[in-house]
Ligand binder design. Structure first.
Ligand SMILES: C[S@@+](CC[C@H](N)C(=O)[O-])C[C@H]1O[C@@H](n2cnc3c(N)ncnc32)[C@H](O)[C@@H]1O
Length: 252
């Protein structure tokens, strides 16, 4: 059964119990990642080396920001969250007064950021997009909106015209019916491949997507020269979820 079916809806008693027993959820707390899914991208990155400093990366379905934390770290736009947190003597989940936050901001090391180009010295950048507002990830640019809305695409393209890599962990939310969840998730990824990538992914670029159905693999093969599938250990064994990696985008 898909892991986010009704009983594992975020905040439900089952979800909370599952989280308290989950080693990845614990590790995420210790290492100051915002969620356990950060470890899925860490595993994918160690296998496929998709992200390199200097690249432009778009993170679709980025809230609460776990993947974006990993991306800015790999792009060398920011230190790993555990280092940043300990350097500043705090856990980033703690709440602060406005003055504490200002002190925090003034004491942060300045990264060499070129505002006009929206890039750091290495030339890399990360744009993080989600429907839901979430706490800003240091080193990333944030766009809040539906990836299928023209206004959202315009805002993303104001930040960066095209991307070398697009990653999508976007998920439509759990339904009571696991089949419906699989269907909506597949539709969402299909729309990203067919409607969003032609506007935002550079020819020859790479795309990583969450998948719950093999149908997406054949679609990916139509658009990418090399297509691989991967199920990270951090992806729950009982879940249908796996990831598809497409390399060398064939844009028409
Ligand atoms: C599983 S969460 C992503 C977790 C994220 N990768 C992380 O590590 O923090 C899926 C996200 O997809 C987002 N989403 C779903 N449909 C979307 C859409 N049309 N446009 C933008 N974001 C969307 C949801 O709001 C949700 O926050």
């Amino acid at each position: 059964m898909y892991e986010s079916a009704a009983e594992s809806v975020e905040g439900s008693p089952f979800y909370l119990m599952q989280q308290s027993r989950d080693p990845y959820a614990k590790l995420a707390k210790i290492q100051n990642y915002r969620c356990r899914s950060a470890f899925k991208l860490i595993e994918i990155q160690s296998e496929f080396k998709l992200i390199c400093p200097g690249m432009t990366v778009l993170d679709i379905g980025a809230s609460p920001g776990g993947w974006s934390q990993v991306i800015v770290e790999e792009l060398k736009l920011e230190s790993p969250p555990n280092v940043a947190a300990s350097e500043h003597g705090r856990n980033e989940n703690e709440r602060f007064s406005r003055n504490d936050l200002l002190d925090e901001i003034y004491s942060m090391p300045l990264i060499n950021f070129n505002e006009k180009e929206n890039k750091n010295e290495s030339g890399g950048s990360c744009v993080s997009c989600d429907l839901r507002p979430f706490r800003h990830v240091n080193g990333a640019r944030q766009v809040i909106g539906d990836i299928f809305e023209k206004e959202t695409l315009d805002q993303i393209q104001n930040e960066q015209r095209e991307f070398d890599l697009v990653v999508s962990d976007a998920h439509p939310g759990a339904s009571q019916d696991p089949k419906q969840t699989i269907y909506s998730s597949t539709q969402l990824s299909q729309r990203i491949i067919e409607d969003v990538l032609p506007q935002l992914l550079s020819p020859g670029g790479a795309f990583l997507t969450k998948a719950l159905s093999q149908k997406l693999v054949s679609l990916m093969k139509q658009h990418f020269q090399h297509v691989s599938q991967f199920k990270p250990n951090a992806s729950r064994a009982e879940s249908e979820e796996f990831f598809i990696i497409g390399l060398n985008y064939k844009r028409n």
